[in-house]
Every structure is written in structure tokens, then in C-alpha cells.
Design a binder for this molecule. Sequence first.
Ligand SMILES: O=C(O)C1=C[C@@H](OP(=O)(O)O)[C@@H](O)[C@H](O)C1
Ligand SMILES: C=C(OP(=O)(O)O)C(=O)O
Length: 411
Amino acid sequence: MAVVDIPGSKSITARALFLAAAADGVTTLVRPLRSDDTEGFAEGLTRLGYRVGRAPEAWHVDGRPQGPAVPEADVHCRDGATTARFLPTLAAAGHGRYRFDASAQMRRRPLLPLTRALRDLGVDLRHEETEGHHPLRIAAAGVAGGDVTLDAGQSSQYLTALLLLGPLTREGLRIEVTDLVSAPYVDITVAMMRAFGADVRRDGDVFTVPPGGYRATTYAVEPDASTASYFFAAAALTGGEVTVRGLGEEALQGDLRFVDVLRRMGARVDVGRDATTVSGTGRLAGVTVNMRDISDTMPTLAAIAPFASGPVRIEAVANTRVKECDRLEACAENLRRLGVQARTGPDWIEIHPGTPAPAEIRTYGDHRVVMSFAVTSLRTAGITFDDPECVRKTFPAFHDAFARLRAALPA
Ligand SMILES: O=C(O)C1=C[C@@H](OP(=O)(O)O)[C@@H](O)[C@H](O)C1
Ligand SMILES: C=C(OP(=O)(O)O)C(=O)O
């Protein structure tokens, strides 16, 4: 039996940094995630003139409701889509000239529906090279607010960015959403905005956010539920038992629902008040599952799928093609490298039972490809990675933590 402490949620840390920066007063973030994505977010805030103190257990942010403290800044968002989509939106509410760029990987990822919506709201925003991609420049002069229509069918982060902006506008925002993927992430956003003193109303597809800003607070960051999926999958695969502390009934993150998929496949699952336990039963059934709400866990399921007694089909995950890499193709390609049959369609992947053979996994710089196939390696000797350290994006100490887990699970 293993009891695991998982690092803080990337999504919650990123939102908390935005909210803290925009709030009136000093916010304390307890147990934030320390990883490339969140350090990059904090670094971006520092570039914009915010004071962010990063002590080991807690981060302290001096909020500035009036916006960035510097009239000009050049911000590098690294690989983080939360940074690359939320920070320009925060800057737009201030006054100054700001340039944002990102890594080659993040430059390939889209953000046009968001930048279009910001322009519709009167923001002077220009893409420097390719329309809808980083790098971009903003001549910020505050945002009046008003009505805007948004297609968030490719990424919920566009909607999160606009919602976070709402209280910082002069008149508030009314956002009509025509499509929405990864919906539980929007629930995280709304819950956290409320924790920072803002009001959000939802009536079907319409979100209304009145003006009024945010209040500083002390905010404790939950463990990351997407990261926890590798540890839960490991229990289901090996017949071991894994308890993740700090993720229970009250968890904000939709990705905790991954345990329901494991339960359908045959694992025993107990979601308690403040912890979740998965026990493998030796049974792993095939399953057809719609993962539109929890697609960060698609690679986790794909990586244990060959060990199921029947085919595993994962549907409604077209958006995973515009993540750190094209995850549908990366998963299928790597499964085939292991000698497992896998097929993909526009928004699905189907994996057949098989016995994975040793191979090198092509990671495409995607942390989730590494962490997912590390689970496969619990039952397949000789799996290596061309870039194992890309886990730094969300979990720099993953390999040590996973080695400890391996030692605690049935061989
Ligand atoms: O808002 C967030 O923090 C996130 C939303 C999801 O992205 P999409 O909405 O682009 O699917 C998720 O995949 C990502 O890891 C984090
Ligand atoms: C898609 C991911 O990250 P982001 O979109 O925040 O870069 C992820 O962590 O799986």
C-alpha cells in the first residue's frame, strides 16, 4: 500500500497567481506547484512589475488592481498555455505596451478565439508573425467591457482568461459561449474567482461577470489531479493500492473523475473526504469512454489500455491534438512502437489488448507522454524515453516519486 503526496495543481496555481496579482492586497498561496509552467507564470508576473515572493512552502503576491507596474515589458511564457493565454489577458486590463512570446512548442498552439474576443472588446492586440499565435503585442489601455461571443470548443482556457478579466473591466462582461471543451476547468475558475471576492453568474451558455475587482486572500492549492492519474493508474494496473492525500469529495478538479474510468474497468475506488484510494483487483476490462471533460488523462488511459482484456476506445478528444504535441498521434505511435495495435480518428483512439515489448518512447517534449508510459513500464521492462526530463513542465521530481511508488507496488 502506498500513500502519496502529489505536488500542487498547475491549473489552480496559475489561476491563483492571476487572481493574486489582480487583487487588492497581499495574497499568500499555500503549497503552490513549483514547476516550469508555474515558475514561468510567476516570472512573467515579475516581468510585468508585480512583486512575487517565492518561499519554499508559500508564495506571496502583492496585488495591483490597476494592472502591471511597468509601462513596457517583454514576457516569455515558456511552454505554459495557462501563462500564454492568461497573462496577456491580465496585461490588457492595465496600461502599457507589452510583448509576449513563448517556446517553439507553445508558439504552435492556438489562441485566436481569445485574441479575437479581446479585440472585439477593444483591446489593441497584434500578432507579430502568425495570426492567432505567439508572439503578440498589446498596447493596453484598460478594458471597458460589454458583450462578447466566444467559441471555446478547442480550449476552455479562452473562456477562463475572459472570465478572470471580467471583474477588471469598467462595465463587466457578458460572455456567450458557443461551444466548450474541458468544462470542469471553467468550474475551477468560477470557484476560485468567488474565493477572491468576485461574482460570476451562469445562465446556460451565458456567463455574466460584474465589475468590482478581487480581494486578496490566503489560498491553499490542492494536489494536482491530472498528476494523480498516473499513480491511480499504477494501482489499477499492478493490483496494488494507492492513496492520494488531499484529493477527496470536495476537490475542485474534474480530472479526479479519472478514477471513475478505472472503477468501470474493474478497480476498487474510494473517494473519501480528503483522500482518494484506488486498489487494483487483477481485473482490467476494456471500456469506451468519452473524455471531453478530462482529456489530460487520455494518455494515462491509453498507456494502460494494452493490459485490458478488451479494446479501449477513448472518444471526444480532438482538443488533445493541440496540446504540447498531437497527443492522439503520439499515443498511437508509441503504442505501435511497443508492438500494440492502436488506431486513431479525428477525435478518438482505439487500443487493442497486447503485450508491450521494450522500446524507446518518443516524447515530443510532452510531460504527459513520459508520465503515462512510465505507468506502462511498471509491467514492461526496457521502456526508455528520448526526453525524460520534459516532466519539468508540471512535475520536476516525477521520476524519483515514481521510483518510490514502483518499490511500494506488487512486482
Ligand atoms: O485551464 C486550465 O488550467 C487547463 C485546461 C485544459 O486545457 P483545454 O481547455 O485547452 O483543454 C487542460 O488540458 C490544461 O492542462 C489546463
Ligand atoms: C495541456 C496541458 O497544459 P497547458 O494547456 O496548460 O499547457 C497539460 O498539462 O496537459
